[in-house]
Design a protein around this ligand. Structure first.
Ligand code: ZN
Length: 494
């Protein structure tokens, strides 16, 4: 859960739900204008294809989604890395089939190893991805791939096809969208991602990425390394990024990348740029993995050092720390509790919630939580699955208002006391060790002598950092021969 970043006039309890809601309304609205759009020529393939949305709409939808991500996740503090991604991306985009789009390139301060593209030219790479790359040329392959999704209009075509399925959901209650959204996250699915592409789209984007990188003078012989890294990452059970969310097997993609290289004459590869050391220097000192300052779990206890609070979810619940909320779900999946930011005083936030359509208030009043000013609303909510019971507790603490929203399906109504006790466990975090926790960071090491990967790992796999992590982030293995003077990454715990 990131530091409080809401803007004036925004109201978080509703916002979490409305996010899905507004997407659906937008999609439904698109059907109405479908008659105006019709067939369009694909800029990359030159083929005529059905497109239900115009370029102006494409840009508007992409911009909206991009602004949401920027607000939720925030940009990486490192200006040089942001400049690198932006400059590289803008150069590639200017030479692409759709130079007229309002291209934007951002680095999100997110630990997930991911890169993705929104329609209209809004491209994101994450801090987690950068920590796993080893040269500017590898980064170029990723950025070029994402540009490829936009120039080949993958998301636009996909959106057209997704519409029929989505329109039926417009009438769904805000509660079922919330339940569905967090069920995905807690179930380990890839529910965090807005768009996923099919195998053919991914391979085409790889192809375009190769072409765009090469046009900018990047050594595309580095591209297979990105796929090797992704293959190892998915084998290690990491969070699923866009790059491997769909069918193409990374090993297969690495082979295809090698075949693309082999199809070019040798003269192609004269004086191409890799920039390994310069790129690595930009990563020195960067946060590695989840940043515990933004909240972390110790069992089912959630601690938030920057917000200086803690919360105990019931024992045995599944829990997750998301950018805009902390969520928990009972083992039978019948009950959920989410913590998020709210706007206004506890009473104002409770009022805003209670006045929503479909809510029947059973009980309402002030009910302090561990000495903190708080309001409670016990309610029934009408959903497609029938009437759902719930309670909202809004608490003022440290100049911020927090909302604890508990929801119970009919079969889990007996969990009401458990949900109430968990909501009322919200309190100040006072443990100095927890308050002072620091994130792990990348640190560069210049080898003072030649060694193998195993020897490197033996020296530097300390403080909970495994040899596998060092192999993964450096894209080496135990038998790799590392020459004297080579620069490698290690992880220094906080
Ligand atoms: Zn892709």
């Amino acid at each position: 859960m990131r530091q409080h970043k809401l803007e004036q006039g925004e109201e978080a309890v509703g916002r979490l739900n409305r996010e899905h809601w507004s997407r659906r309304v937008t999609v439904a609205g698109l059907a109405i204008v479908a008659a105006l759009a019709g067939c369009a020529t694909n800029p990359v393939t030159g083929r005529r294809e059905l497109s239900l949305i115009s370029e102006a709409q494409e840009i508007q939808m992409g911009k909206q989604a991009a602004q949401g991500d920027l607000q939720r996740l925030g940009e990486l503090p490192s200006q040089p890395l942001r400049d690198l991604v932006r400059t590289m991306g803008l150069r590639m985009a200017a030479q692409s089939e759709r130079p007229q789009l309002p291209w934007e390139f951002h680095v999100l301060d997110d630990a997930a190893v991911n890169a993705f593209a929104y329609p209209g030219g809004f491209i994101f790479v994450t801090r987690g991805l950068l920590t796993h790359l080893n040269s500017e040329a590898e980064l170029a392959e990723v950025v070029g791939h994402e540009i490829g999704h936009v120039t080949a209009k993958h998301s636009v075509v996909q959106m057209s096809q997704a519409q029929a399925a989505q329109i039926g959901l417009v009438g769904a209650s805000i509660f079922s969208s919330t339940v569905a959204k967090y069920s995905d996250v807690l179930g380990g699915g890839a529910g965090l991602l807005f768009l996923k592409f099919g195998r053919d789209d991914e391979l085409q984007a790889d192809d375009l990425g190769f072409r765009y990188s090469l046009a900018q003078g990047y050594d595309v012989r580095e591209a297979p390394k990105v796929f090797t890294m992704l293959g190892r990452l998915s084998g290690g059970g990491g969070r699923v990024p866009e790059w491997q969310s769909t069918h193409p097997d990374p090993g297969n993609r690495a082979q295809l990348a090698q075949r693309r290289v082999a199809s070019k004459p040798d003269s192609t590869f004269r004086s191409l740029r890799i920039n390994r050391d310069g790129f690595l220097r930009l990563l020195d000192g960067m946060v590695y993995g989840e940043n515990p300052r933004q909240g972390y779990f110790r069992g089912t206890r959630f601690l938030h050092p920057d917000g200086k609070f803690q919360l105990d979810f019931p024992t045995g619940w599944q829990v997750a720390n998301l950018p805009d909320a902390v969520v928990g779900m009972s083992p039978d999946k019948g009950a959920q509790l989410q913590l998020s930011y709210a706007q206004g005083t506890p009473a104002q936030a409770a009022q805003a919630f209670a006045s929503q359509q479909g809510i029947t208030v059973r009980q309402r009043g002030s009910a302090p939580v561990n000495g903190l000013p708080a309001e409670q609303v016990v309610f029934d909510a009408q959903t497609q699955q029938g009437v759902v019971q719930g309670q909202l507790v809004t608490v003022a603490y440290g100049g911020t208002t927090y909302a604890l929203l508990g929801i119970m399906a009919p079969a889990a109504a007996a969990r009401a006391p458990e949900v109430d006790a968990a909501s009322r466990s919200f309190r100040a975090l006072t443990d100095p060790a927890a308050l002072n926790v620091q994130p792990a960071r990348l640190q560069l090491v210049t080898l003072d002598q030649a060694m193998t990967g195993a020897q490197f790992a033996q020296r530097h796999a300390t403080g909970g950092v495994t040899a596998e992590t060092l192999y993964l982030i450096n894209n080496i293995d135990a038998t790799t021969a590392l020459p004297k003077g080579m620069v490698l990454k290690r992880v220094v715990s906080g």
